[in-house]
Write a protein that binds this ligand. Structure first.
Ligand code: AP5
Ligand code: MG
Length: 244
């Protein structure tokens, strides 16, 4: 442990302690981020994870990681995600169940892009009931198709950390380089025009019905996802603290 800490600079260590200390004043929370591809779920998840110390459960990130490391799941789903189709419900729920057991999820969680089908929503209800961890709410990221296409077309990611950039809206300090590690940034395989179209159709057919589903349950918090990342971050934090 001490050996590992030696590798981290004192300034970084103090900043990390400050961040964790600030989290103590934030309420626990369990939220779903629902919205189309490119609506900003991942970007806001990363911010909320930092400010509130909730765990960020992104099946998309977990699947990409599995593909990169050639695991059994990765090889089975590689084509499914690169073609923009949905991974089967059982694989998704098993992964989520496992992830929610981790100690990082003690203060709360953000389910980024889960559920995506009615069946996943029902099974998630059962899982959360069994774990006695009821949801606090479902943030719906609402943005028109033209904006989604612009965002996905210019997105760059740092695969090892999952950090998200955009060529115009959130450019890295150095072109095509990660701000923290200076490693190269890449484009996601499913961020091409043809696959983006398919993902939007699947979203409308399979996932968008969940908006009504959670609205009926009185859980939906609708966000204008065309706003800037900073404004959205504030809207979300205000909802969580109960000032909105
Ligand atoms: P996943 O990785 O979850 O992809 P997605 O749902 O298509 O959503 P995205 O990650 O593309 O968009 P986002 O909303 O996170 O936007 P971001 O913040 O990056 O899933 C990938 C695949 O895995 C699926 O297609 C499926 O195959 C499979 N899968 C995953 N979960 C599954 C499930 N539950 N069931 C079955 N299959 C599943 O932002 C996009 C861009 O916009 C970035 O460049 C960002 O910098 C920029 N940006 C963000 N916010 C703003 C803003 N406010 N203003 C300007 N620019 C912004
Ligand atoms: Mg995402």
């Amino acid at each position: 442990m001490a050996d590992q800490l030696d590798k981290i600079s004192t300034v970084d260590l103090l900043n990390e302690l400050k961040r964790r200390y600030a989290c103590l004043s934030k309420p626990d929370g369990r939220y779903i981020f629902l919205g189309a591809p490119g609506s900003g779920k991942g970007t806001q998840s990363q911010k909320l994870k930092k400010t509130h110390c909730y765990c960020h459960v992104s099946t998309g990130d977990l699947f990409r990681e599995a593909v990169e490391s050639n695991t059994e799941i990765g090889n089975r789903i590689k084509n499914v995600i690169n073609e923009g189709k949905l991974v089967d419900d059982e694989t998704v729920l098993t992964l989520v169940d496992e992830k929610l057991k981790s100690p990082q999820c003690k203060k709360g969680f953000i389910l980024d892009g889960i559920p995506r089908t009615m069946k996943q929503a029902e099974e998630l209800n059962n899982l959360l009931e069994k774990n006695q961890t009821p949801l606090n709410g479902v943030f719906f990221f609402n943005a028109p198709d033209e904006i989604l296409a612009q965002r996905l077309g210019g997105r760059l990611i740092h695969t090892p950390s999952g950090r998200i950039y955009h060529k115009v809206f959130n450019p890295p300090k150095k072109p095509f380089r990660d701000d923290i590690t200076d490693e190269p940034l890449t484009q996601r395989e499913d961020d091409n025009e043809e696959v983006i179209k398919k993902r939007l159709i699947i979203y409308k057919n399979k996932t968008a019905p969940l908006i009504k589903y959670y609205e009926t349950k009185n859980m939906l918090i609708s966000l204008d996802a065309t706003k800037s990342p900073t404004e959205l971050e504030k809207n979300i934090a205000d909802h969580i603290s109960g000032t909105n």
